[in-house]
Ligand binder design. Sequence first.
Ligand SMILES: Cc1cc2nc3c(=O)[nH]c(=O)nc-3n(C[C@H](O)[C@H](O)[C@H](O)COP(=O)(O)OP(=O)(O)OC[C@H]3O[C@@H](n4cnc5c(N)ncnc54)[C@H](O)[C@@H]3O)c2cc1C
Length: 460
Amino acid sequence: MTRVSCDCDVLVVGGGNAALCAAIAARRAGASVLLLEAASKSLRGGNARHSRNMRVMHGAPTPWVRGCYPADDYHADLQRMAGAAVNSVDDGLARLFIDASADIVDWLVGNGVRFHRGTDEVLPYSRKTAFFLGGGKALINALYATAEALGVVVRYGSAVRALHRRDGPPAVIVGDAGIAVRARALVVASGGFQADLGWLRQQWGGAAGEFTIRGTPHATGVPLKALLEDGADPVGAADRCHMVAVDGRAPPFDGGIVTRLDGLPHGIVVDRDGRRFADEGAVVGPSRYTAWGELVARCPGAVAFSVFDSAIAERFRPSIFPAIQADSVGGLASALGIGPPALGSTVAAFNAALNATVAGGGTTAGVHPPKTRLAAPITVPPFGAYPVRAGVTSTCLGVRVDGRARVLRPDGTAIDGVHAAGVIMAPNILGTGYLAGSAMTIGAVFGRIAGREAAAHALR
Ligand SMILES: Cc1cc2nc3c(=O)[nH]c(=O)nc-3n(C[C@H](O)[C@H](O)[C@H](O)COP(=O)(O)OP(=O)(O)OC[C@H]3O[C@@H](n4cnc5c(N)ncnc54)[C@H](O)[C@@H]3O)c2cc1C
């Protein structure tokens, strides 16, 4: 085989969890590796900077996770959460992923990442997830240190503008100067497209302008678009996002986990016209905040308000921003820009519908939508509210891959030398659903596979 002159064996596009795992795996397999990260050094690492845990299968307790979490339980959880675009889920790949999660914590530990020990008792009991010591930022710092110690060359501020494949091995065009970099194999690990508000607007219209992007402003989906234009088979759905409820005063990008609103199931949630639109008690478990992102995104103006009184406020974790307060419901409505009669009649109807036959309230009767849990009167001043917006974690459009993380065309053939890892291929496993802690595992597992496979391709 004629060998074309290349700048490196394996080129990794992206600088987050998936990219770093790929770079380390490829380098350990003997390849020369160049990693191109769009962000500056201080903002490197994508959304993993904000993360805290990863979901792993284990048949017995380990130093990092308690109890056991068998493969079939993990699989059942995945199937339950896989969401509407379930046809994009490749069950064989999901099984491979679950099996590979069993040793991913050890592999990360071997590459410098530190985890909380299950015996530390500083975090809530978790049978399913291992927690990063120091959070996702520490994980990212450890992986960069290991990658660079192994000889991975890292270039910051290097946004890939285009991919080229037609005239031989894959190449990318980098930065405003349009520098071409050619490699024997490519790993694309550049996340979703949630930071491109123009692209989001194509799916969500004007509502997209009201969204908050919880993580990196660099996930603009340029490499994803290039792969799709190059013939990659799309998976997932362009018009779906993983969203949570965030405080409406959060910064437009990178607000992270602290801007999430936790107390919505306790009070009532109204739209800008003062109307309730969902059963606030429907989801009260660990995924309660994920249920609200899309609901709020679909409200008029993509904004809502969590409304409560001072008695209810005692029961939940407050926002990072202070509640907007008033001594009367009418005063609160005015402060929120809602017509006072509209909010007043919503609160009155809700209070009147509380089911007195259940001790301590808890449910409503005769009001639509009903509140099926945690219903309590809104009567004790001062009254409070938080503005709520949809906070986008990531988009749900990706490229199809096989078990070797090779990017596939619609006919099932692999695009030569091109691999993908992380959010950019996560819909193969998750569809449009979200399973807490699985996103970091998908990045690490498929990053490791993609790096090894890209190295094997480059060095063959
Ligand atoms: C607030 C928050 C909390 C979270 N908590 C958890 C958690 O606890 N557990 C969990 O499992 N998941 C969590 N997630 C999700 C998880 O962080 C992501 O799924 C995961 O980090 C995605 O990794 P990735 O490497 O695929 O993509 P990203 O993290 O999106 O990284 C993409 C990388 O590619 C770079 N890039 C993008 N475009 C280009 C380009 N054109 N050229 C070069 N580089 C480019 C970016 O700069 C970035 O470094 C959380 C997400 C957020 C926002």
